[in-house]
Write a protein that binds this ligand. Structure first.
Ligand code: ZN
Length: 499
């Protein structure tokens, strides 16, 4: 048997409880469910940060996202990554990423890849807000609307009625594209898998490391019609799909009003997951056809989840570290390993890269902060799992350096308890996930004092190590790289919510 290849698939915004193999009732992942029968399914995989830019340093470089300093986003220049380690070990490496600007070469993610394609060229405007909520015409109605818009603050309670009329008016008069395809902001999974398959046919017999990042469940939610049909949904007009996305994006609406369209929005999101599943079947078929599958380690996970009002929010802004944002699916197929039930211990995604390396019988570089959990997976049974997650509140546009310097939010999660620390204003919430899986009520301050003390101690140690072990040189080089690139403006401004 030759050296094992590794395929890593990350799906943006895929929350754990929307995957069939994690217990979801709707048919989002029938193919991956079948793959789960020969894979480890990790029930409590937790990302090291959210959203994308606070998650990926741990996925690819096994490093906590803020450990180079809050002002550094992305990977440090020459920082060892899964890709660079595998390339050095003789692997042929490639990445195809569906136009997420936060994991582009600007932030160091091309390092270690022989082929790197991030699909950010061209006219697409990824991560931009829905821009249909403005009357732009020259007719009298549009002109009147624009005038009313200007005096809107003086309208008092009548303003809400005006907002509603204005929104509906804009939806009616703004031309809409003819298809969902034309509305979609990102290359769909079939495009990414096409490129991956073409690349696979071009490489020889060397072991490969292939990373795919898919954006199908990311907002705005414009899934493939075929995926909706597979989910048992009828066709949807582009007008309705755009209406739903625009409505969901309205910042002035309260939770009750937004909830009226929640199920339809989730229907669109779920169809995005189904399209990923369809394309994973195609990718695995290609790997089988090229006789790589028998020796292929396959991992599928997500960079973070998505909120659907569980705590009042939408999308995945960095302000909370609730389960819907940090709990992700992790399916890991290791050829030659007997499938075991994996314990409900917290499995930090920080440990994924070392685990993949051990599965491929390769050593973990000393710079990685995680450790391999391969043995725990193979043996089964519970392990001492601690998952720390962190982000910076208010950093909704990391292209702006000043947006990155807000206060940190940090969570420490075990299988049962989870402590969430906000630093400004200070707050310390302890949850019992067994009794309250939805994190609806923090325990009273006097409850579970030994647990609270233990988790606080872990948080303190994490913060201490984070500042003591900071690699000053890499930090400075990362800042220099950014300043050298600063003249290159980002292709778009990020949405405050859909970051
Ligand atoms: Zn993301």
């Amino acid at each position: 048997m030759g050296q094992k290849s590794i395929v890593l698939v990350t799906v943006d915004c895929l929350r754990a409880d929307h995957a069939g193999f994690m217990g979801y009732q709707r048919p989002t992942t029938p193919f991956l469910d079948s793959l789960a029968s020969e894979s480890f399914v990790v029930p409590a995989a937790i990302v090291a940060g959210a959203p994308t830019y606070y998650s990926f340093p741990a996925i690819l470089a096994s490093r906590y996202p803020l450990s180079l300093g809050r002002d550094v986003i992305g990977l440090g220049p020459d920082e060892p990554t899964l890709a660079s380690v595998l390339k050095q070990a003789g692997y042929v490496t490639a990445a195809f990423s569906a136009a997420n600007p936060y994991i582009s070469s600007q932030f160091g993610y091309e390092q270690g890849f022989d082929a790197f394609r991030d699909f950010l060229e061209g006219e697409r405007a990824p991560l931009a807000e829905e821009k249909v909520y403005v009357a732009t015409g020259d007719g009298w109605a549009s002109r009147l609307n624009r005038k009313l818009r200007r005096i809107r603050p003086a309208l008092g309670p009548l303003g809400m009625v005006y907002d509603e009329l204005y929104f509906e008016y804009c939806q009616r008069v703004t031309p809409v594209a003819e298809s969902l395809e034309a509305l979609r902001r990102f290359p769909a999974a079939d495009v990414i898998v096409d490129h991956a398959c073409a690349w696979l046919s071009s490489v020889g017999d060397a072991p490969i490391f292939l990373w795919l990042h898919l954006m199908d469940p990311h907002s705005p939610y414009y899934p493939k019609e075929a995926a909706r049909a597979l989910m048992g949904n009828g066709p949807i007009t582009p007008h309705r799909a755009r209406y739903l996305n625009s409505y969901w994006n309205r910042s002035e609406l309260g939770e009750r009003r937004l909830a009226s369209h929640r199920d339809e929005i989730i229907g669109l999101y779920d169809a995005g997951i189904r399209w990923v599943d369809v394309q994973m079947a195609r990718l695995v078929e290609t790997l089988r056809g090229s006789r790589r599958w028998d020796d292929c380690i396959f991992a599928l996970t997500a960079d973070h989840g998505e909120e659907f009002l569980e705590h009042g929010g939408r999308y995945h802004p960095p302000s909370r570290l609730t389960e819907e944002l940090i709990h992700v699916p992790l399916l890991l197929r290791v050829p030659g390993s007997k499938k075991n039930e994996v314990a409900n211990s917290a499995f930090s995604i920080l440990h994924l890269a070392p685990t993949l390396l051990e599965a491929a019988e390769l050593p973990t570089p000393p710079a990685f902060q995680g450790r391999s959990l391969c043995e725990h997976l193979r043996k089964g049974g519970s392990f001492d799992g601690i998952a720390i997650s962190e982000c910076v509140t208010g950093c909704t546009n990391p292209f702006r350096a000043e947006s990155r310097m807000g206060p940190r939010v940090l969570s420490v999660r075990e299988s049962r308890f989870k402590l969430v620390l906000h630093f400004d204003p200070p707050a310390e919430d302890l949850y019992d996930l067994e009794a309250d899986s939805g994190e609806q009520a923090a325990l009273p301050p006097a409850a579970q004092k030994p647990v609270r003390r233990r988790l606080l101690e872990i948080a303190r140690e994490h913060l201490r190590r984070s500042s003591e072990q900071r690699d000053g040189e890499t930090r400075v080089r990362a800042r220099l790289r950014e300043l050298q690139l600063e003249w290159k403006k980002p292709a778009n401004e990020a949405s405050p919510l859909a970051s």
